[in-house]
Write a protein that binds this ligand. Structure first.
Ligand SMILES: [Fe+2]
Ligand SMILES: [Zn+2]
Length: 451
């Protein structure tokens, strides 16, 4: 419904730059100011009334006018609000999503909207946010996707794992010298990572070369568009929020790759003239299990509906995975859940879904996000020079608190296949591994059960 009376003005303020629309004048919106003849109030027509969200007349969809005077196909309002392209919602440099998607009210509504010079639509939302959608953005996405029948999915099963709780006295730890000296200690290290999701390496020399050598005890380092072994300070050399000193919410890395890195290692080399920057780990498998217990339908939704992702912060790349992947990915042969892909910063705009699927996914994702933020899920530690942290990026979400001062951090990624090769060979021996090639039997003596 249009709630009023709202008035629109085309003020002198040019919002174009904040929407990244060079040369396009976007009207500023001021409630209570005089309405001018240049504005044209939209007719907002609602296709259907919501049956499941609430008993009131909230509608999930909106048809927007097109420059030819006709109405667009129905857009889901939550999707539209989540995909605002303004500079508060999408970082202008990194192109990463900054809007708190799962804090958007479930019944987000449009208070008012105007067409501006047949080029864009300015929308004022019930949460107070103002969005501008150029027709160049909307036109490409104007198509009705009919509701689909969800595939039948069985209950989720997990690969075996154990979980640490926040504040426990000791977390899995190995020593640098042992890992460097013998393969038995490497196996113990990899067991910890596989079983608990992470492991500290104490007495690591405060030196990049020594840290790189530590990673090489598992396998070679994966090179990405960020380089191979990294050694960086917060300078936004790479256009990614990870290279700033801002708070970073729990996420997994590389959702924009077909094959995300399996392991990630951080070693804080120095932190001068400031504080903060505590490291956050959240066990994604434990969170998924809680989600499935509290609402099995939500867990199935995160398995079924796939999301696109991208990394486009620097001019010379726009990386996307081969296909869209679900938040919970399952091994086809076993079939066990083996990977969590959760990165709201790098989630891109999904087009290929019906409005019902949109609301279904946002509801499930909102629940998962809420679980991830529970204090009893968050493992906070303060990294120190001399102690490296390595974790399983297929399972553990990581983040960090904001910090001041200058931090120097080094680390790197290791591929999934290389990690599993090293782990299985050390655990079972080469002969047993080779004898089981192709084995998808769901049992612990099978090296390929470890996924
Ligand atoms: Fe990250
Ligand atoms: Zn916005």
């Amino acid at each position: 419904m249009i709630r009023g009376p709202l008035r629109w003005t085309f003020g002198s303020q040019n919002l174009a730059s904040s929407f990244g629309q060079k040369g396009l004048m976007i009207p500023s919106v001021q409630t209570g100011s005089p309405r001018t003849s240049r504005s044209r109030r939209l007719l907002l027509q609602y296709l259907r009334k919501s049956s499941s969200l609430s008993a009131t007349a909230y509608s999930r969809t909106v048809q927007l006018p097109r420059p030819d005077g006709k109405l667009s196909p129905a857009f889901g309002k939550l999707w539209l609000r989540d995909n605002c392209q303004c500079s508060k919602c999408i970082h202008p440099d990194t192109k990463q999503r900054m809007v708190q998607s799962f804090s958007i009210p479930r019944d987000i509504d449009i208070v008012d909207a105007v067409v501006y010079q047949e080029q864009a639509i300015n929308v004022e939302w019930s949460d107070g946010h103002v969005s501008c959608y150029p027709f160049s953005f909307l036109n490409r996405r104007m198509r009705n996707i009919p509701p689909r029948n969800p595939a039948k999915l069985g209950d989720i099963q997990w690969r075996p794992f154990e979980t640490c709780t926040p504040g426990q006295e000791q977390y899995p730890t190995v020593s640098y010298s042992a890992v460097m000296a013998n393969d038995k200690a490497v196996l113990e290290w990899l067991e910890n990572i596989y079983r608990w999701g992470f492991c500290f390496v104490k007495d690591t020399p405060v030196d990049p070369q020594a840290t790189e050598a530590l990673l090489n005890r598992i396998a070679f380092i994966r090179t990405t568009h960020y380089g191979g072994f990294w050694d960086f300070t917060a300078d936004l050399a790479f256009k990614d929020t990870a290279y700033t000193n801002e708070f970073l919410g729990a996420h997994t890395d590389n959702t924009y790759f077909t094959d995300p890195a399996r392991l990630q290692l951080f070693h804080l080399l120095s932190h001068e003239n400031g504080d903060g920057g505590a490291s956050l780990l959240v066990d994604g498998f434990r969170a998924a299990k809680i989600l499935a217990e509290e609402n099995p339908g939500h867990a199935k939704t995160l398995r079924r509906l796939r999301q696109p992702a991208h990394a486009s912060g620097n001019e010379n790349h726009c990386i996307t995975p081969q296909q869209h992947y679900p938040v919970f990915d399952r091994h086809i042969g076993m079939p066990l859940l083996f990977q969590i892909r959760w990165n709201n910063y790098d989630r891109s705009i999904k087009w290929d879904w019906s409005v019902d699927e949109q609301y279904e996914w946002y509801e499930a994702a909102r629940h998962f996000d809420e679980i991830l933020r529970r204090p009893d899920m968050e493992i906070w530690t303060q990294l120190e020079p001399g102690t490296a942290l390595i974790f399983d990026n297929f399972r553990m979400l990581h983040g960090r608190s904001a910090f001041t001062g200058k931090r120097r951090m080094c680390g790197g990624y290791i591929n999934n296949d290389d990690f599993l090769s090293r782990y299985r060979l050390l655990k079972f021996g080469r002969e047993h591994v080779l004898n089981n090639l192709g084995n998808v039997k769901h049992s612990a003596p099978n090296p390929f059960f470890y996924i």
